[in-house]
Write a protein that binds this ligand. Structure first.
Ligand code: AMP
Length: 168
């Protein structure tokens, strides 16, 4: 929805990784077991895919990055990529939702999409990794004055409208 309102591509590192797994590339095969366990794929693999994607023409006017950065070293890598592209980071969007709500959503998604990393064990691991490695990044972007936090529970179209209004 944000991609359509903002008219810039949605670049999801999870989607890039899943495409590599599906295509059976050597990197995809390497990443699959790590993803299925709910752990983070190595920084080098994700960075390589991301660099390749954002260098494409359709990303020239900007892009929505989803699922990246997820740890402190990826924050540095993103700064380097954006410096290279001479593109500033406009905003960091955080969606707030309680642990229980997230568990419910992922359980439902497992039924609908059948993602192989939506098992109860992998879900628990992903939330654990998020708390340890990713949540601390909010503070970094807060200090840079870029963090915008939204309520992530409620009607999807209302949440989307609030984000678009705020991002201008
Ligand atoms: P997502 O689609 O964002 O939920 O990501 C699914 C899985 O892909 C994660 O649990 C990780 O195993 C892997 N992944 C996605 N983005 C990253 C990233 N930035 N760094 C490391 N692993 C990632």
């Amino acid at each position: 929805m944000l991609r359509d309102s903002l008219r810039i591509p949605h670049v999801s590192t999870g989607d890039l990784l899943r495409a590599a797994v599906k295509a059976g590339t050597p990197l995809g095969l390497q990443a699959k077991a790590v993803m299925d366990a709910g752990n983070l794929v190595s920084d080098d693999i994700v960075l390589g895919m991301l660099e390749e994607r954002v260098a494409q023409d359709d990303a020239r006017a900007g892009f929505i990055l989803d699922g990246y950065p997820r740890n402190a070293s990826q924050v540095e890598a993103l700064d380097a990529i954006l410096g290279e592209l001479d593109t500033p980071l406009d905003a960091v969007v955080a969606l707030d939702a309680d642990h229980d709500v997230l568990m419910e959503r992922m359980k439902k998604r497992a039924e609908v999409e059948g993602r192989s990393d939506d098992t109860p064990e992998a879900i628990a691991k992903r939330l654990d990794v998020y708390a340890k490695e990713t949540a601390p990044l909010l503070d970094i972007y807060q200090k840079r004055g870029l963090l915008k936090t939204f309520n992530g529970v409620g009607a999807v179209d209302e949440i989307q409208a609030t984000i678009v209004a705020e991002l201008g």
